[in-house]
Design a protein around this ligand. Sequence first.
Ligand code: PLP
Length: 422
Amino acid sequence: MTTARITFDQAAHKVATRVTKMRSSAVRDLFAAAVRPDIISLSGGMPDVSLLPASAIRKATKAALEDQRAVALQYGSTDGRVATKQVFCDVLRDIGVRVKPDEVLITSGAQQALDLIARAFIDPGDIILAEGPTYLGALQAFSAYEPDIRCIELDSEGMRMDLLEEELKRIGKGNPRLKFCYVIPNFQNPAGVTMSMPRRKRLLELAEEYDFLVIEDDPYGRLRYEGGHMIPLKAMDEKVIYLGTISKMFAPGLRTGWIAAPKYVLAKINLVKQGGDLCGSAFDQVVVEHYFTDTPWQRTLQKFIKTYGQRRDAMLAALEEFFPPEATWTHPEGGFFLWITLPDYVNTDSMLAEALDAGVTFCPGTAFYPDGKTGKNCLRVNFSYESPENITEAIRRLALVIEDRLELYRAFLDAGVLKEKE
Ligand SMILES: Cc1ncc(COP(=O)(O)O)c(C=O)c1O
């Protein structure tokens, strides 16, 4: 018998239809492109783990390898270790959310939580509401289950509730196809904006009125550089499904996140998780427990906040200094990103190649919309990872690329090839 190696192409006719519709993440593809040492990357969303104190990591991993080796190297329960859940209950209490360990389920990062929620709740054709733009990893997770994703435009106060209400009226009360509304209320990815308190309240009212679940994804909530703490949706309504993660406030390499939700929701999620991974990494969970109980993690968090705040300031200052007056951008009070809007004749998808030539990467706006078309004159830039000097240089390079585009347009206008606003 000959065993031929099956390449992906030879298996193409076997691939599920829903997979053929999937798009690879533009950001992941860019990670691959941005390996040239002269390129400054503003495209990713990585925390700077070099800020973590080595002693804390050593202490937490030593405890997992030595004191709790038997459990850390063993299978665990599908919903995660009770001690890890307790850690996250304590972390949540700090921000005003009161839940008990049996209202928490441990996941392999918030990304797995998004997939589990999609798997548990979405049938093909179901309606999902999200901010526009929204987190592209959520779009990828949801799309696998073939929903009808409707994006509601946001502004500097988050998702626009007037537009949400209009969309809900179109969908109609009691529509069984309407499943949930997915929001990132704090320092939204990709837009950097924070949902105002009146809008938080209105969202919860509309959820009651139109009967949909609210998914609150909050990876950046603890990373605030200015302004006061905003009460999480979960603290205002216990029915909210809250997603947390250690990725941005500790380390994404330890794939640990959590879902805080009513027990009846967690029971469904537990069911689908069993078939997905049996259980998450017990080793990661034990390390996380020790990090959050035996090390000064709050002090480390302050270090993250100080450093990222300085990097954000460097980016805002560089934008002011180098960017043309035609560009506008958001002012994030925390988190990792800001969102730039250019005149509508600029296409940031095609601008990316020129940016790479100029030694800088960003994430084109279309990646953050389900249709892959909206947001073509927008881009997301990250300020958590590079030094302030590199950020300044990257924004200077990007401004030159944009200026070239604008000049080209002006030349077409002068030559009469284009009319104003064309
Ligand atoms: C809004 C949002 N949700 C979820 C995730 C996934 O995070 P995790 O590393 O916990 O899977 C990210 C990561 O960038 C994110 O920005």
